[in-house]
Design a protein around this ligand. Structure first.
Ligand code: EPU
Length: 423
C-alpha cells in the first residue's frame, strides 16, 4: 500500500494546551468525491481534508476522465465528460474507499470495471453485501482474475428493496450511489446510520437527488435521470475530533476543539466523560480539561454501528485509558482484527490482554517511550497518543497510515505544545 518510510519522533510527558480547528471528515469526503462522478458538471467540495486518501480519490477521478484540482481547502471536480469506466488494480489498492466508485461509475456509465479495494488491515473486509445489492439492482457481475466487471443491461439500474444483513457503511453508500440515477424507487432496510451517510445524502440532494430517511434505518431513494454539480461543505471529522480529545486526555491539559460536530460525537463524548475529564460542549465547540488521573470506564465499551460507540475511536480512547486508575474493557464488534495497536502499547508498558473480541486494559502508573510501528490508521494515532503521555522518546514508523486520515497531524500536536518531529 503506502511505502512511506518517514517516522515520528515523539517526546512525551508535556501537558497539551490550546485550540484545534477540526479538519473536514475523511469518511465523508471520499464517498462524496465518488458521488461527484455522478454529477454532470463541476463540484466544489469545501473543507476537503488534504490527505493521501483524498489524493488517491483525485487520481481515480482523473483516470476516469474528470478534471480535478485542489484550490486551498476546496477540491474542484469537473465530471462533465467522463472517458472511462475502469479503475486499475494499483489505484483500487491504494485505499478501501475506492470501492465506492463502483456504485458511482455504474450509476453514471451503466458499466464499470474495478478490483477488490485496499485499505487498513482490520481483518477480512469482504464486499459481498455491495455485490449482492448491485446484482439486485440489475447489475450483471463477473469476477475474473481478481477483476470485477459490472454491467447494467438496460444502461440504468432498477429500483428495488434491499435488506442488509448488517448496516454496512460502505454497502449503504454504494447502493445510494447507484440508486440516485436508477429507474424507480430503491428502499434500503437496515441501512447504516452513520453521520457520514447523511453527509453523502445531503451532498447528493444538493445535486438534485431525491433521498429520504438517511440517518434512519430505512432510506428511500427515487431515481432521477441527471444530477448536476454543486458547492458543498464537508462535515467535520468526528473521528479526528475523538483522536485529539483522547490525546489531550492521555497527556493531560486543556483543549478546545473548534468546528466540531457535537451531536455526532455524542456516543464518544458520553464515554469520555466517564473518565473524569471535564468535557463541555456548545454549538460547535468542545472543551476538555484533564487535571488528575483518569478513571477507568466501569461498563464494557462496546463498539457498535452508529449511534453506538464508534469502532474508529476504540484505539485512541484505549491509549488514554492505559494510565487510568482501574480496569477498562473494550469489546470490538465491527472488525475481527482491530487490536493490532496493542502490541506497540504493551511495548510502551501498557497492561493489555486481548481475548477474542475483548481487550482488558489494567491501568498502569506510567508509560515509557519505545520503538513502535503504526499498523493501521487509528491504531497509529493511538500509539502517537500514548507516546505523548509517556516518559521519554518514542520512534514511530509506518506513519503513512496516519497521513491517510489526519491532516497536518504533527502541526496540530505541536500547536498544543507537544514534542513531535517528522524524520
Ligand atoms: N462487511 C461484510 N461484507 C460487506 C461489507 C462489510 O462482511 O460487503 C463487514 C466488514 O468486514 C466489517 C463490517 O461489515 O466487519 C463493517 O464494515 P462497513 O462496511 O460498515 O465498513 P466500511 O465501509 O468498510 C467504514 C469506514 C471505516 C469504519 C467503518 C465502520 C470509510 C472509508 N471507512 O468502513 O473507517 O471503521 O465504516 O464505521 O468510510 C477508518 O476511518 O479508520 C475506518 C476504517
Amino acid at each position: 500500500m503506502h511505502k512511506n518510510t518517514q517516522k515520528f519522533v515523539i517526546t512525551g510527558g508535556r501537558r497539551l494546551c490550546g485550540e484545534i480547528a477540526l479538519q473536514g471528515s475523511k469518511n465523508s469526503a471520499l464517498p462524496i468525491m465518488a458521488a461527484a462522478f455522478l454529477a454532470q458538471g463541476e463540484t466544489v467540495l469545501k473543507g476537503c481534508p488534504k490527505l493521501t486518501d483524498v489524493y488517491s480519490a483525485m487520481r481515480i477521478l482523473t483516470c476516469l476522465g474528470c478534471r480535478c484540482r485542489m484550490e486551498g481547502s476546496n477540491a474542484v471536480i469537473d465530471s462533465s465528460s467522463p472517458g472511462s469506466f475502469s479503475i486499475s488494480d494499483e489505484l483500487m489498492g491504494e485505499m478501501r474507499s475506492s470501492i465506492m466508485f463502483m456504485g458511482a461509475i455504474l450509476g453514471r456509465m451503466g458499466e464499470c470495471e474495478v478490483s477488490a479495494p485496499g485499505g487498513c488491515e482490520l481483518g477480512p473486509r469482504p464486499i459481498d453485501m455491495h455485490l449482492a445489492a448491485l446484482r439486485k439492482m440489475g447489475a450483471e457481475i463477473n469476477i475474473r482474475g481478481g477483476r470485477i466487471y459490472c454491467r447494467l443491461p438496460s444502461g440504468r439500474a432498477r429500483g428495488t428493496k434491499i435488506s442488509l444483513s448488517f448496516p454496512s457503511v460502505g454497502a449503504t453508500e454504494n447502493i445510494i450511489l447507484c440508486a440516485v440515477r436508477a429507474e424507480g424507487e430503491t428502499i434500503i432496510n437496515n441501512a447504516a446510520r452513520e453521520p457520514e451517510i447523511c453527509d453523502l445524502c445531503s451532498f447528493l440532494r444538493c445535486c438534485g437527488a431525491d433521498i429520504k430517511g438517511d440517518g434512519e434505518s430505512r432510506i428511500v431513494i427515487n431515481g432521477i435521470e441527471n444530477l448536476h454539480g454543486c458547492e458543498y461543505t464537508v462535515m467535520p471529522d468526528r473521528i479526528a475530533g475523538a483522536t485529539y480529545l483522547s490525546i489531550a486526555a492521555a497527556a493531560g491539559g486543556e483543549l478546545i476543539l473548534k468546528n466540531a460536530c457535537v451531536a455526532e460525537m455524542e456516543p464518544f463524548l458520553s464515554v469520555l466523560e466517564q473518565t473524569g475529564c471535564c468535557v463541555y460542549s456548545s454549538e460547535n465547540r468542545i472543551y476538555l480539561r484533564r487535571g488528575g488521573r483518569l478513571r477507568a470506564i466501569k461498563n464494557r465499551i462496546r463498539t457498535m454501528p452508529h449511534p453506538g460507540f464508534p469502532t474508529d475511536a476504540q484505539a485512541v480512547l484505549m491509549a488514554a485509558l492505559i494510565t487510568a486508575e482501574g480496569t477498562s474493557v473494550f469489546e470490538e464488534n465491527i472488525f475481527d482484527c482491530r487490536y493490532r495497536h496493542t502490541d506497540a502499547l504493551i511495548k510502551m508498558g501498557a497492561d493489555i490482554e486481548v481475548m477474542g473480541k475483548a481487550a482488558v486494559i489494567r491501568g498502569v502508573d506510567r508509560l515509557h517511550g519505545a520503538e513502535a510501528e503504526a499498523t493501521d490508521l487509528r491504531g497509529g494515532a493511538a500509539v502517537a497518543a500514548a507516546a505523548l503521555s509517556a516518559d521519554g522518546t518514542t520512534v514511530l514508523t509506518g506513519i503513512g497510515h496516519i497521513d491517510r486520515g489526519y491532516e497536518k497531524f504533527e502541526e496540530a500536536v505541536t500547536s498544543l505544545g507537544g514534542i513531535i518531529r517528522r524524520e
